[in-house]
Every structure is written in C-alpha cells, then in structure tokens.
Design a protein around this ligand. Structure first.
Ligand code: GDG
Length: 499
C-alpha cells in the first residue's frame, strides 16, 4: 500500500483523547466561541480518517465552557488545517468541573503518571484524592463514548463494528468501563488503546498503589499499542506479575477475563511530506556562518535539558577550538507552567544559560541562544534544515518526534548529524544516528565534537538511511498499522487488508 492511499476504517472510528483536535476560544469582539487549530502529528494523521469515515472525536476542549451543553462551533471558512472538515456533530466536548479537572490533569496525570511512567518515581506524588478524580474523569469519558455508541444507527453498525480508539495515559481506565457497560447494553464494537509515553518496567510500575486497576483498565481493550517492543514487554510482565494473567511473550498476548488481548509495538511517525515541503519553502532565518547545535523540546524534566547544557559547556572546555564557531540554539516551549516542578526547571535553565554564557561569551559571539517560547512550524523547519547538529537527548521519552522532524528537513546537500539518546523510543530505531547517554556529560561532549567534525560522506550516508526510514514509516503508515492491528483497515480501492 502506498502512503498516498487514503486510509479508512472498516466501521466508524471514534477517537477518544484528553484533547479535542482543536481548542475552543471565545472571540473577545464578537463574544462567540471559535475553534483554534492544533497542528500535531496525531491530529494530521487521525483527523482525516475521522472526517472521511464520518467518525467522532471525543475530548476536552482546552477551556472550561460556560455551558456544558454548548454546541460546538463549525470551523471557520478560512480554516485550512486537517480538522477543517470535522463537522460540529462529529465532535463531543467533555465537560468536567474545574476543580476535578485540575486534580485529574495536573494532579494524577502530570503529577503521578508522567514521572512514574518515565521511570522517575522520586518525582511522582501518590494521592488517593487525585486518583479518585482520575477515575471520575475516566468515567465521564467512558460515558460520552457509550452514548456515542448508543446513538449509532443501524447502517453505521452494519458497515462494520465501530472502532473506539483511546489515547494516552490520561485515559487508562476508560476501556474497562466502556466494555463492562456496553456488554449489558449488547453494543458491538472494537476498542484499542495507544500509549504515547513509555510503559515502565514492573519494578517501577508496582510502586503505584492502584496498579492493578490500571492494568485491568487497559486490558478492557482488544488491542493495546505502545511505541516499541520494550514497552510492550514491560506491560506484559506487569500483567503477569500483578494480575497473574497467562501471557505469551513471543506473540505478545495477555489472557484476561476470558479474552485474549493483543499487545503491539506501533512506533509513531511524522507527517514527513509536510515537513519536507516546509523545509523547501522556509526562509533562511539563522544569520550566522557558525555551526548550529539545535535543541527543540517542551520545557520538561524528562527532556534532559540541564544535562544537555552541561555537555555543551563541557564541549567548549574540552575542545576550545569550537569557541566562536559553534552556537547552541535551544528552543524550550513553556509547558505545564502551573506545576511547581516545571517552574523550578525554568529557573534552573535560566540560571544555567546565564552562567554558561557569562563564562564563554566574547564581544562577537555567545555560546547559547535560548528561546523560551514557541516558534511557528515554518520557523522550526528552517532551524531543522540549517542546523549542523540536532541534540535529542531526553533522559526518557516515549518516542520523540523532534528527531524525526529534523531528518525530514535535512535537504541541504551537506547534511547535519542527529544525536539521540538511547532512552528515547526514537533511539531504538534510528540506527544511523549517533547515540549518546545524556547522563555521561563528558562522553556526550565527545559525541557532539564527533558530530561537528564528521566528514561529509559519512554524514550523507547516515542521513540518507535515516530519511528513507522516516519517509516510509510516516504518520499515515502508523495510522494504517493501528487499523491493521485492530483488523479494521480498508484502503482506497476497497481492498481489505486484514492481517
Ligand atoms: C509525547 C511523548 C512522543 C516543539 N517545539 C515547538 C513545536 N514543537 C513540536 C515538535 C514536535 C512536538 O512539539 C514535540 O513532540 P515530542 O515527541 O518531542 O514530545 P512530547 O510533546 O513529549 O510528546 C513523545 C509523542 O507524544 C508522540 O507519540 O513522541 O515521546 O512524550 O512535533 O515539532 N512546534 C511548534 N513550535 C515550537 O516551538 N510549532
């Protein structure tokens, strides 16, 4: 199947995610609610399938609505984003009381699961209050999904079993509720889950006091997908050790409640062609004849930003020949700014950038350019294209899309070098990148040095392989792999490609 073929689900696709594929904003002048598009890869890949198959997207609209039953506005006629064709009757906004939402989102999702699943248990807060809020919000999402299933008409169901696709650590309990309640209503459907972050090893996962409920929640699915096989194996082991399930490690199967649940590695990709096109169109923005070492991340403690700055400092100390010739450009997008840990990280970064710049800056050059903020995708494409090195060095990361976007934008005849951490999903499969352990500061400095001095023929060879792989395994391929793993993929020419 070529990646150009339109992908359709055999049966209605109901996507359930914490966020809708756009946020709602009130226009100050007109007082009317409007959609503001989000541009992530998930939206680009999944929204067209929902639109074509007349499916649904259930999620939180990004703001607290004045009225929980408020109709969703239609898209603006000038909207040219992938969600423009999503009609208001294809969108279900989930309303949650602000206090409960805060406890669920900032408390349990970002205060507990985010650090725990990234194997940083010391940062995880365990609280029965936030856990209760998490369960309540999952119940609300499950209710909305059940409602949607109940409202499907006969023709919809005859076309194929509807397909519910749950996303990420925000919704790990919903599948079980949906399955249990749907059974008593005799609703037929398939349900799948995809986790965008790592699934931790048993010895970390077991620290969570309500671990069995999480596993049972996820096992309510027919298929559970993770980025890489390691996360699948961690999950299988947790099911075996915590719930005593019979498992098959080789075929990645877990028996639970008289059913067999399939566990699958489904590594996510990027909208490769879109980044390629942007790389061709983007203006030249970096006005320097220096080599740029680029970092692009949400400001998050999992991304290894402090370690990264220290290794750049070590590079300048150990290899002073780079002073005046190499500049680090770090873009840090503000994230979860109302959480204390993220505010502290911001402080630490500000100080560190100040200290390193104070130490090395000359009248004509500064070592670090630090942007605390968001840049446009076009600007990002320009930075990706014109940087000599991309430093993708998280301490732990489910996949990491920045590594993939960087290689997609490497269109210059003399390409750059990707450095990636082995603790990112991307590090598992981008074999031609330079691998660097972010915890080993001095060694990381040597890897940056090697990248900056790598001969052109080696750079070309490595980059060609990296680019070919990402072009083939783009986000549309991921979407198709999910439908295939669910046994519900049909292609444009009607050909059924059941596994
Ligand atoms: C989670 C998992 C997994 C960044 N700065 C700007 C900007 N970005 C965009 C990038 C990229 C995205 O944000 C970041 O994606 P990552 O994959 O690096 O990280 P998370 O946000 O943590 O995502 C991760 C992913 O889910 C998908 O499953 O890979 O492991 O943690 O697309 O381009 N975009 C714009 N301006 C910026 O300044 N426009």
């Amino acid at each position: 199947t070529s990646s150009q073929n339109a992908t359709t689900a055999n049966g209605k696709l109901i996507v359930v995610a914490n966020r809708l594929p756009f946020v709602l904003r009130k226009n100050d002048q007109t007082g009317k609610w409007e959609r503001k598009a989000s541009a992530g890869g998930l939206v680009t890949a999944v929204a067209p399938v929902v639109i074509q198959g007349n499916g649904l997207w259930i999620g939180w609209p990004g703001v607290q609505l004045d009225d929980p039953n408020m109709p969703i506005p239609e898209s603006d006629p000038s909207d040219c984003t992938p969600t423009a064709g999503l009609r208001s009757n294809q969108v279900v906004a989930v309303y949650v009381e602000p206090q409960i939402f805060d406890s669920y989102y900032n408390g349990c999702c970002n205060g507990t699961f985010w650090p725990l699943f990234h194997s940083m248990p010391d940062r995880a807060v365990f609280s029965s209050d936030t856990w209760k809020a998490y369960a309540a919000v999952n119940h609300e999402f499950a209710d909305k999904t059940l409602n949607a299933l109940k409202c499907l008409n006969k023709e919809d169901i005859e076309a194929g079993a509807p397909l519910v696709w749950l996303h990420d650590y925000h919704l790990m309990l919903a599948a079980n509720t949906i399955r249990n309640e749907a059974e008593s209503l005799d609703l037929k459907f398939k349900i799948g889950f995809f986790l965008h972050i790592p699934f931790p090893p048993w010895d970390i996962f077991r620290l969570f006091p309500w671990a069995d409920e999480i596993l049972q929640g996820m096992l309510g699915c027919d298929m559970v997908g993770f980025h890489i096989e390691d996360y699948c194996l961690n999950f299988v082991e947790c099911c075996q050790r915590r719930l005593g399930c019979r498992v098959d490690r080789k075929s990645l199967l877990v028996e639970h409640g008289g059913r067999t649940v399939r566990i699958r590695p489904l590594p996510i990709g990027i909208p490769y062609d879109r980044f390629l096109q942007m790389a061709h169109e983007a203006p030249k923005l970096i006005s320097t004849n220096q080599q740029i070492v680029l970092g692009v991340d949400r400001l998050d403690y999992t991304k290894g930003l402090v370690h990264r700055l220290r290794s750049f400092e070590a590079l300048l100390e150990k290899h002073p020949e780079h002073i005046g010739k190499v500049t680090m450009l770090q873009i840090s997008v503000p994230s979860r700014t109302d959480v204390k840990e993220y505010q502290e990280l911001k402080e630490e970064m500000d100080q560190l950038v100040g200290r390193i710049n104070g130490k090395f800056t000359t009248p004509n050059w500064s070592p670090i350019r630090y942007i605390y903020g968001c840049v446009s995708q076009m600007e990002l494409a320009a930075f990706y294209r014109d940087s000599a090195v991309a430093l993708v060095t998280p301490l732990r990361d489910g996949m990491n899309l920045v590594a993939k976007e960087y290689v997609a934008c490497q269109i210059n005849p003399s390409p750059g070098v990707l450095i990636v951490s082995p603790f990112a999903g991307a590090g598992e499969m981008m074999h031609e990148a330079l691998i660097c352990n972010p915890y080993e500061i001095d060694d990381a400095a040597e890897v940056i040095h090697r990248a900056l001095t790598m001969p052109e023929d080696e750079r070309v060879l490595r980059m060609n392989c990296l680019r070919r792989r990402e072009k083939e395994n783009d986000v549309n391929y991921w979407m198709r792999s999910f439908l295939k793993a669910m046994g519900t993929l049909i292609t444009e020419d009607g050909e059924d490609v059941l596994p």
